[in-house]
Design a protein. Structure first.
Length: 133
């Protein structure tokens, strides 16, 4: 967990997060609905690449520094929560469940998980994000 805070603080001190916060705030002021969809989708992709724990911390930092509109922040939070259902590394909970399944001699491959995730996650993300647009 400490590594997550160090990672986010590093992004903050190098200017990556402030620049991203400024760009997202400007985009949200110009086109709030579009900013919600784009930011939610970007968070889904990032959550699957780096895990949803650091993405949640990045999202909280962005919201704090940019004071984003509720609809953009809502879409980002939906992306942090639902997004990692595409890859087995997207969420710590998924990794722990897979370990428990393997202990019971059940096996779920990354490809099997991805196939189900591609069917289930996009509609769930869209329906969850509609509330915020």
């Amino acid at each position: 967990m400490a590594g997550l805070f160090i990672l986010v603080e590093g992004l903050n001190r190098t200017g990556v997060l402030p620049a991203l916060a400024t760009a997202l705030k400007t985009y949200a002021e110009i086109a709030p609905d579009q900013a919600s969809w784009v930011s939610g989708t970007a968070v889904v992709i990032a959550s699957n690449l780096v895990n949803n724990l650091p993405m949640g911390l990045v999202a909280a930092t962005l919201n704090h520094s940019a004071d984003l509109p509720v609809q953009v922040m809502g879409a980002v939070l939906v992306g942090v929560d639902i997004g990692p259902n595409l890859s087995i590394t997207g969420s710590l909970a998924t990794i722990l469940w897979l370990i428990a399944l393997r202990r019971e001699s059940e096996s779920v491959s990354a490809f099997q998980f991805l196939k189900v995730g591609l069917v289930v996650m996009p509609p769930t993300l869209m329906l969850g994000s509609l509330r915020w647009c």
